[in-house]
Design a binder for this molecule. Structure first.
Ligand SMILES: O=CC(=O)O
Length: 323
């Protein structure tokens, strides 16, 4: 009987948890609050669920777990997010209430790093722009302007040399790029040049790749000054979070040619992408899908399943450090 199963409140688009649901429909009663579009308490009422019987939330970055949500659920004991980042969760409120917050560990690292490199290659070599051109290639049409230079030898500044940033660095070293970085702290185990100041990193880079978490300190870490320091030949790639960049300024810089191009997997107000970007050939857009592979989903499901099993059977949890 599904009604005897523990309720699992799902906040986030169904695509991201449907695999988990298909594997665990005999363990939990899935309550899809995201698709209902109703306020939470009203939604629970329609499901005949008392708020105090909800002990677990499964979520992802597309729907915030706010202080209000947490307050509405007096027995909440765990929030599991199908993401590495936790900026969509009111962590302080969870800490105060002793609610476990479980994020992913390394499940998405390799794929996100691959996509960061893919976005860079696409913008630099104008692959998507060339694709659009080739589809309408007529006999008298000149070729679109070529890419300026080789990728090898480019100076790549990575902002956030954590797990993903480290993998991006490894991949781009194989392309003969020169790696430098900015992080909270200098990493003594790497020989890449460290910049404690992002403007200095940008002035010495041809490419900036954002791989850091979104926090109060990193919001708009790439602002106008940083973009101007990177300059008109510079490319920005963002696989972190949209609000790491001042998006309005980014749009202006791209339109005015104050930077050369951008590869963006994340946006400030997802799912809204600034429309001005649609007409620009120097931009490659991706719908926050860097970890959208079946392999990633399977690994993530395993981690989520273990965490929820441990919680509901009162075993100790595998908690990834919150970055
Ligand atoms: O955005 C995706 C993640 O944080 O894993």
């Amino acid at each position: 009987m599904t009604s005897e199963l523990p309720p699992l409140l799902v906040l986030g688009p169904p695509a991201l948890y449907s695999l988990f649901q298909s594997q665990n429909s005999n363990k939990y009663r899935f309550l899809d609050a995201f698709s209902s579009n109703l306020p939470l308490l009203q939604f629970l009422q329609t499901q005949q669920i008392h708020p105090s019987s909800v002990r677990a939330i499964l979520c992802n970055p597309l729907q915030p777990v706010t202080a209000d949500v947490i307050r509405s659920l007096p027995s909440l004991g765990i929030v599991v997010t199908v993401s590495v980042g936790s900026d969509h969760i009111d962590i302080l409120k969870c800490l105060r209430r002793c609610i476990h917050v479980v994020t992913l560990g390394t499940q998405f690292t390799a794929d996100v790093a691959d996509i960061a490199v893919a976005l860079l290659i696409d913008v630099h070599f104008k692959i998507s722009a060339g694709d659009r051109f080739a589809r309408n290639w007529g006999p008298c049409k000149p070729l679109a302007s070529p890419s300026g230079s080789k990728l090898g030898g480019k100076r790549v500044g990575i902002i956030g040399l954590g797990r993903i940033g480290g993998e991006v660095a490894k991949r781009l070293e194989a392309f003969d790029c020169i790696i430098m970085y900015h992080s909270r702290n200098k990493n003594p185990s790497v020989s890449y040049t460290f910049y404690s100041n992002v403007v200095d990193l940008a002035s010495n880079s041809d490419v900036l790749i954002l791989c850091c978490p979104l926090t109060e300190q990193t919001k708009y870490i790439v602002n106008k000054e940083v973009m101007l320091a990177l300059g008109k030949d510079g490319i920005i790639v963002n696989v972190g979070r949209g609000a790491l960049i001042d998006e309005k300024v980014l749009v202006q810089c791209l339109m005015k040619g104050e930077i050369r191009g951008a590869g963006l997997d994340v946006f400030e107000n997802e799912p809204n992408v600034p429309e001005e970007l649609f007409a620009l050939d120097n931009v490659v857009l991706s719908p926050h899908a860097a970890a959208y592979t079946l392999d990633c989903f399977m690994d993530a499901c395993e981690h989520v399943a273990k965490s929820l099993d441990a919680f509901f059977s009162s075993k100790s949890l595998i908690i990834s450090p919150i970055t």
